[in-house]
Design a protein around this ligand. Structure first.
Ligand code: PEP
Ligand code: MN
Length: 356
């Protein structure tokens, strides 16, 4: 394996100190890589060109990346355009191959980061190479696991290490593919102030029309850069087709974000409302399931000839809710009223279920 001298990565050089990384989700052909890299290099805005050589997929049999061929296309794109290039590594073999092709920066994906053994093995492989590394957040909102992976890479002697905020997988329906939970990358910045945190709005959004809003919000939240998926024809992409921007859309976004003096308050409002919609989905989910349980409880009560209203139990439920509310800073009068309504509804559901 070729080991390279530590490079001057100088990633903070464009657009007023922001790192801009762009390129397709996956490397799909030589033509796609060269064409996209040329178009992005011509903007003069980007710090790194990205493309996945290996794609972690949920189910077997999906397109899993072109591997070594993709590395060849990436190094050709690098030689031709002068852009630095980066790709994802998910195993020691990937890391060795990427190093042998002189890939400038590697990222560890959200799935791999959740496996400390694997991260350690990759860190050991990269030790002493001077390659730059980005660590994506794990799928679960686990800040300590994210920090632990960053530390493993740093302890291996890698000095240019950044974090990527790509959102967190969550079980509820949401407008976003992954929940942004902005407080987690903000806390990472507090705990590791010398680490660049780059926002990946493409994987948070899951839909191209939401990418600009999240990209602006990422910068408003003080993130140090953006990684955005850009494809020459997103509709034909072999992975993540709904979230990739066209080259003109990406250029438009970058110009608008960095060159115009537009008022950002509408954007913040739009993004906050999208987060509120997600919370409303959660409330409806919780209420639906709470009422379903009330129906089942009615069945148990009527089979044992128990009264529907059990004042002792209700007092305990309310007491617990009030104590949680106090700890969370919610007004007690509001929670009392809300829980009275929920309890009344639950009793009517139980009465209806008991009659059936
Ligand atoms: C990607 O960047 O294309 C990717 C697979 O990312 P993640 O690990 O965030 O899903
Ligand atoms: Mn992707």
């Amino acid at each position: 394996m070729e080991s390279t001298e530590p490079k001057q990565t100088d990633s903070k050089k464009q657009k007023g100190d922001k790192v801009l990384i762009a390129g397709p989700c996956s490397a799909e052909s030589r033509e796609q890589i060269i064409k996209t890299a040329r178009a992005l290099a011509a903007t003069g805005h980007i710090s790194y060109f990205r493309a996945g050589a290996w794609k972690p997929r949920t189910s077997p049999g999906c397109f899993e990346g072109y591997g070594i061929k993709a590395l060849e296309w990436l190094s050709e794109a690098r030689d031709e355009t002068g852009l630095k290039v980066c790709t994802e590594v998910g195993s020691v073999k990937h890391a060795e191959l990427a190093l042998s092709y002189g890939i400038d920066m590697l990222w560890i994906g959200a799935r791999t980061v959740s496996n400390p053994f694997l991260v350690q093995e990759i860190a050991d492989t990269l030790s002493g190479t001077g390659v730059s590394v980005m660590v994506k957040n794990p799928m679960a909102p686990d800040l300590d696991l994210w920090i632990g992976s960053i530390e493993r890479i740093r302890k291996a002697g890698i000095t240019d290490v950044s974090a990527i905020h790509r959102g967190f997988s969550y079980w509820t329906r949401s407008v976003f593919r992954n929940q942004p939970w902005w407080h987690i990358p903000s806390e990472l910045k507090n705990r590791m102030p010398d680490i660049n945190v780059i926002c990946d709005p493409s994987h948070i959004a899951g839909r191209s029309e939401l990418v600009p809003m999240l990209a602006r919000r990422g910068l408003d939240m003080g993130m140090d850069g953006l990684m955005i998926e850009v494809h020459p024809s997103p509709g034909e992409a072999l992975s993540d087709k709904s979230q990739q921007l066209t080259v003109p859309a990406f250029i438009g976004l970058i110009d608008e974000m960095f060159n115009s003096m537009c008022d950002r308050s509408n954007n913040v409002l739009e993004e906050l409302r999208a987060e509120v919609d997600t919370m409303d989905n959660l409330l409806i989910w919780a209420l639906t399931n709470r009422m379903k349980l009330a129906g089942e409880i009615a069945g148990v009560k009527s089979s044992t000839e128990m009264q529907l209203l059990q004042p002792g139990r209700w007092e305990k439920v309310l007491e617990k809710a009030m104590s949680l509310a106090r700890d969370s800073g919610l007004r007690p009068a509001f929670i009392q009223k809300l829980f009275d309504d929920i309890h009344n509804e639950s009793l009517s559901v139980q009465k209806t279920a008991a009659r059936i």
